[in-house]
Design a protein around this ligand. Sequence first.
Ligand SMILES: Nc1nc2c(ncn2[C@@H]2O[C@H](COP(=O)(O)OP(=O)(O)OP(=O)(O)O)[C@@H](O)[C@H]2O)c(=O)[nH]1
Length: 185
Amino acid sequence: MTPSEASQLAADGVVVVYSITDRESFRYAQRVLDLLNGVRGLPVTLMANKADLAHLRTVEHCEGRALADGAGASFYEVSVAEDSAGLYQAFELLVGECHAQLCTNNNNNNNGLGDKAGSRTRKFSVTKMLGTLIGAAKGSSPPPSPPSGTAAASGQGTVIVCQKSDLYRTGVLKRRHKTSASASL
Ligand SMILES: Nc1nc2c(ncn2[C@@H]2O[C@H](COP(=O)(O)OP(=O)(O)OP(=O)(O)O)[C@@H](O)[C@H]2O)c(=O)[nH]1
């Protein structure tokens, strides 16, 4: 993996695998984790494979653990050949981390850009008298009650929760040429 590949990585999570019998694969894993360190919020799991070949071991368990800790990654020593439980545990944990990260990203988007893109609910305060006038302009009947949960009335006036576009459509707000908006209340 090159630095530019790491920066353009479109992944929800990454599993880096080395063999405990192959020190070169461990060095490669070190380089990859270094590169992934720059990718913020990416769940990473370091997996040391071939745990069943302990007699051929060239990379100690503590070395793998230290590497993972330093990189903020989860660490598992597993044996694909022996179908070890750690293998399933590692993937389950990683999927959970990916899911949590996606939720965090979605929340951040909704609190930022999402607000600009979506239709925003705005509150416009209208005095009782003006509310009556708006009703009179449409006919002689009083203004219709807004749908339940969208308005709160009090003796001081009426607060109507509505979309700004509805106010333009009904003529309560008027657009001026080359200016943002003006209220006709
Ligand atoms: N004993 C043992 N052998 C394994 C294990 N995982 C993979 N192998 C063996 O290692 C060899 C390479 O496995 P591959 O699945 O081809 O993995 P690779 O990443 O292409 O590995 P390399 O060819 O060594 O670079 C195969 O003979 C596998 O059977 C394991 O956990 N234990």
